[in-house]
Design a binder for this molecule. Sequence first.
Ligand code: FE2
Ligand code: FE2
Length: 172
Amino acid sequence: MSLYIGDIKMVNLISPELNDLMNKQIVEELRSAYIYLGMAAWAEEQGLKGLAAFMKIHAESEEYIHAQKFVNYIIETGGKVEYGTIEKVTTNYQNVETVLKEAIKHEEHITSKIKALMDLATDRKEYYALDLLNWFIQEQIEEENLFTDLYTSFELSGKNLGVWDHYVKHPD
Ligand SMILES: [Fe+2]
Ligand SMILES: [Fe+2]
């Protein structure tokens, strides 16, 4: 929908379809933060302070910011921000291995969502969105590596929880 003030057409550089998918992605990013906060709560309960801090920092300094990037883009291009429902997340995990594997799986899921946004923007020739979406494509390399490296470091420590947790640090 284009907005007018008098005869002046306001900026509208986003299609309803891309707007809708970006609104859904905002929920995905906020849910990512929520998932990592769930993992942080679990880690805290286990006394794993390093892992808890890592997950909290990740939620706040990465996922929350990702959501804001989509919010800003929608507003800048004259779209409409809508905040959907964020589905419940678990705070119950069996062990650290499960947490780390779930985090890797979740980032793969997010990568597939970013690719779908890229597909839509490209198909519709919404080239304005490509800078933002390319940023996210590159960001997902970092995100997937971050959690894969975390898992590797856990394995390399011989799954020594105490030692590993002491050295876990988010790169922010
Ligand atoms: Fe994200
Ligand atoms: Fe992420």
